[in-house]
Design a binder for this molecule. Structure first.
Ligand code: 13P
Ligand code: SF4
Length: 393
């Protein structure tokens, strides 16, 4: 559980997954939604770039700015390092001298940075509404209930939890407590190899697609080895026999941004652009990944384009800020977005220049704002799971 400011009283009990208007009100049990407590600069202020630069210069080595590849260009220009979620977790841990870690990314990434940094380092998320709808799809209560179901089916002792980085600190702590590891899209196969050395079955949280794609595409398991646990149905919607026969128990979560890409998008682009290479993120559906030429994390996508020959053609299935940046960086290659409809990650996009300027100027004036702080007990178990990931061969 993370501390943030107290909720505005709406006169209603928030549901565990209350969908709040982005940037308004709060549900402390959810990844999203609070008003910005300070005075945000106007987005039309022509001095925003200069203000961010000046505040960052004033803070000097006290601040370290991390930027995920899905961040806007206006934000990423101020990042000291950029990366996928695995690289950023390592980079956050490697800067013990910085008093403030400003995380330009989403809530679960900032929580992970807090867990991996020392107690006197403060992690700041410029907009607390920058959550992740996938991470919201697995709550601590639901996962505890799932574990009870596995225990009653007599299989809990054979199951190793593997949780995607895109999960709350509570879920990471559950994973650590039950002998499991965290993974990201760049090390999911290594995490599963490790998990199947520890036990016979894996409970994969919360992204069914990364779990299924890694199991089937990279580990040689079959689709029949996988079952889907639906937290909204009694016993996950599964029989005891189905649970006992499964090797991979996939949580029913997904990313709505990557969920947009379909087999039709792949077929369409192959027809429109003969010779195109289709490159997708493993959060895409299994049929999309199966039809693609290359699959990998955001860092992998960037490196693949860097290594590609001039004149080659690419259709990329991931968040649009990254696809646009990659296209601009390689004018000698043809780079298109895999889907016909544009698709940003709305929560990643919550971090904009006004929020970044506000956060940096507040810190430069000595006001600590939007701190992300995981409580000690959650942190100790979550850290265990994160460290198991960092130690993967
Ligand atoms: P990466 O780990 O590939 O950066 O992905 C993070 C993410 O949120 C993708 O949706
Ligand atoms: Fe979450 Fe999807 Fe956005 Fe990644 S792209 S932060 S998984 S909603």
């Amino acid at each position: 559980m993370t501390t943030a400011q107290s909720p505005v009283d709406l006169g209603v009990e928030p549901t565990p997954l209350a969908l709040l208007l982005l940037g308004r009100e709060a549900d402390p049990r959810s990844e999203r939604g609070v008003e910005c407590p300070g005075d945000l600069p106007s987005p039309s202020d022509p001095d925003l770039v200069e203000r961010a630069r000046a505040a960052k210069e004033k803070l000097g080595d006290k601040v370290f700015v991390l930027g995920h590849h899905y961040q806007r260009d206006e934000v990423i220009q101020f990042a000291d390092v950029t990366g996928d979620s695995f690289k950023l977790a390592k980079d956050a841990a490697a800067k013990p001298e910085a008093e403030y870690i400003v995380f330009c990314g989403v809530h679960f990434m900032a929580e992970s940075a807090d867990i991996l940094t020392s107690d006197d380092q403060k992690v700041v998320l410029p907009d607390l509404a920058a959550g992740c709808s996938m991470a919201d799809m697995a709550t601590a209560e639901q996962v505890a209930e799932c574990w009870d179901v596995l225990t009653e089916a007599g299989i809990a002792e054979q199951v190793v939890p593997v949780s995607y980085m895109n999960s709350s600190a509570d879920i990471k702590a559950f994973t650590g407590k039950h002998g499991g590891t965290i993974c990201t899209s760049s090390n999911a196969k290594r995490a599963l190899d490790w998990a199947f050395e520890q036990g016979e079955k894996v409970l994969f949280l919360p992204d069914q697609h990364l779990g299924r794609n890694t199991a089937v595409r990279d580990m040689g398991l079959s689709l029949d080895d996988c079952v889907l646990y639906n937290p909204h149905k009694p016993n996950g919607g599964l029989t005891v026999e189905e649970l006992r026969n499964a090797k991979m128990i996939l949580w029913r979560g997904h990313c709505s941004v990557h969920g947009r890409f379909s087999l039709d998008s792949v077929n369409d682009v192959r027809e429109r652009i003969p010779g195109v290479n289709v490159l997708v993120h493993p959060e895409c559906k299994h049929e999309v990944v199966a039809a693609a030429d290359h699959v990998g994390s955001t860092e992998y996508i960037i490196k693949t384009l860097e290594a590609a020959p001039a004149g080659s053609k690419w259709a990329i299935g991931t968040e649009l800020n990254l696809v646009r940046r990659v296209a601009n960086a390689h004018p000698d290659k043809e780079v298109v977005f895999l889907d016909k409809t544009v698709c940003f990650c709305s929560t990643m996009n919550r971090i904009d220049l006004p929020h970044l300027v506000w956060a940096l100027e507040s810190l430069a004036e000595g006001n600590l704002v939007n701190r992300i702080e995981v409580d000690k007990e959650t942190e100790s178990f979550a850290k265990l799971a994160l460290e198991r990931m960092l130690a993967l061969p």
